[in-house]
Design a protein around this ligand. Structure first.
Ligand SMILES: Cc1cc2nc3c(=O)[nH]c(=O)nc-3n(C[C@H](O)[C@H](O)[C@H](O)COP(=O)(O)OP(=O)(O)OC[C@H]3O[C@@H](n4cnc5c(N)ncnc54)[C@H](O)[C@@H]3O)c2cc1C
Length: 338
């Protein structure tokens, strides 16, 4: 295990912002992970777990403790008698590489989640989702290492307490866990989910489509919406789509017109924040080194040479504007650290 000191965190995050980590280590085995935890205890260094850095914003002060980057590797396929497959994957594998591999084998389940950056281990943390599918829909179990005992445990789907961009791992009872492996249930039987607006339009309401076709469609829709990570820094959608009461919805619709909405339960709906941001004039707006992407205003971008503080201030301006004009409290989807 090689511990680096004063490592720039901008090099490990897709926003390319943030200060340095006092200590930084990339672990490729469970033994190395346990060693890293012991190192943190011995140095009284607070721990921060990192995957691909595509959903975190480190402050300019950086991290005063140890950043552990999970780089565990390994994938195992098990077929059941009906021809379906369970795939068990180590947390450090890049998510989209796994999606490409399962799709190329004709396995259904991950195709709508194509093109999401980051690692497998981070997918249950925020229950990643896109185009009508959440990773919770295909997870069988999650293996975790308990920070207090250093022992491995298997968590069932219900123990993961998945919600919209939410799971036990984001709450106090789950913060003691590091995800080490995830098991997914995939199917050889065609199960296209193409009713989500953009996909339905892409296939012109055709429902008999192949799994590779769905992946290709998702990738092409995403390419038109998201910026190229090689050109600008971003962590994707910076805020969550708000879930609001039907009364609140009526008030917003009264001010802004027919805002699209998706039912959550009998009392609440989810609305696309991008729509509200566009109505408030944020789409394509740039202030200094930060901006709202013109093809998808929910995506905040760093054009280079900026600071984390600037991005936090830019996001605050948006939050206050939406609170004042639409009376909605919006929450970041990105984890702000330090
Ligand atoms: C261009 C772009 C598009 C995106 N599109 C989507 C999208 O469509 N849908 C969506 O849901 N998200 C999307 N995201 C957000 C992001 O890609 C996902 O949240 C992804 O799962 C983060 O993975 P990561 O490995 O980069 O996690 P990181 O950013 O490294 O970490 C994210 C959080 O998870 C924790 N974490 C990471 N690994 C582990 C682990 N092994 N155990 C415990 N905790 C861990 C970290 O401590 C941190 O709190 C997008 C991001 C970008 C940049």
């Amino acid at each position: 295990m090689k511990v680096q000191e004063h490592e720039p965190l901008s090099a490990h995050t897709t926003l390319r912002l943030g200060g340095t980590a006092r200590y930084f280590v990339s672990v490729t085995s469970i033994e190395e992970l346990r060693e890293a935890l012991t190192f943190a205890q011995e140095h009284a260094a607070p721990l921060c777990v990192l995957g691909g850095g595509s959903n975190v914003l480190f402050s300019d002060a950086g991290w005063t403790g140890l950043v552990v980057q999970i780089a565990l590797q390994g994938t195992e396929y098990i077929e059941d008698s009906k021809g379906d497959a369970r795939v068990t994957v180590a947390a450090g594998r890049m998510w989209d590489e796994l999606v490409a591999e399962t799709v190329s084998q004709g396995l259904w389940g991950m195709e709508n989640l194509s093109g999401i950056p980051g690692t497998v281990g981070a997918t249950p943390v925020q229950n990643v989702g896109a185009y009508g599918v959440e990773v919770a829909d295909i997870i069988d179990w999650v293996e975790v290492l308990d920070l207090t005992t250093h022992a491995l445990h298997i968590l069932s789907l219900s123990e993961c307490a998945f919600g919209y961009r939410d799971s036990v791992f984001k709450h106090s009872e789950g913060k003691k866990y590091i995800v080490t492996r995830v098991a997914f249930r995939l199917s050889t039987h065609p199960k296209p989910i193409v009713s989500y607006r953009d996909l339905a339009a892409f296939f012109a309401d055709r429902t008999e489509v192949g799994v590779q076709e769905v992946r290709d469609a998702v990738l092409s829709i995403r390419a038109a919406k998201f910026p190229d990570l090689a050109v600008v820094g971003t962590a994707g959608s910076f805020f969550k789509n708000p879930i609001i009461s039907k009364r609140q919805y009526d008030a917003i619709a009264h001010t802004f017109g027919a805002v699209p909405s998706y039912p959550v339960d009998a009392q609440r709906v989810k609305i696309p924040l991008a729509w509200v941001l566009e109505a408030c004039g944020w789409k394509g707006k740039r202030i200094g080194h930060m901006g709202c992407w013109d093809a998808q205003p929910l995506v905040l971008v760093h054009y280079g040479e900026g600071t984390a503080t600037e991005l936090i201030l830019f996001a605050d301006q948006i939050r206050h504007d939406v609170a004042a004009r639409a009376r909605i409290d919006i929450e970041p989807e990105v984890r702000i650290v330090g």
